[in-house]
Design a protein around this ligand. Structure first.
Ligand SMILES: [Ca+2]
Length: 94
């Protein structure tokens, strides 16, 4: 397998870098513009994260400032440090 671009997931190779837009595109599977616990959990799973149920609960709770159960566009910045710590993803904030 040849890795030609930065679309491969890290693990042994360090953190994956992406912009907020790319992060959203990756996690927001149904493109409804917000991230649910299930979507976050799926993303965690795809990077081989542990305790994905707990982690996604925790991630959404910590970012969901208006407590509607989803991470909206304006809350996604709160996920940056979570993604950094728990998903091996370095989100580049402009
Ligand atoms: Ca969504």
């Amino acid at each position: 397998m040849t890795i030609r671009n930065n679309n491969s997931f890290p693990g042994k190779h360090g953190k994956r870098k992406m912009t907020v837009e790319e992060f959203k595109e990756w996690v927001d599977k149904d493109n409804d513009g917000r991230i649910s616990k299930a979507e976050l959990r799926e993303a965690l799973r795809s990077v081989g994260g542990w305790f994905t149920k707990w982690m996604s609960d925790h991630g959404v709770k910590s970012a969901d400032v208006n407590h509607n159960g989803f991470i909206d566009d304006n809350e996604i910045s709160y996920l940056v440090s979570f993604a950094d710590k728990h998903m091996g993803v370095k989100i580049q904030v402009h």
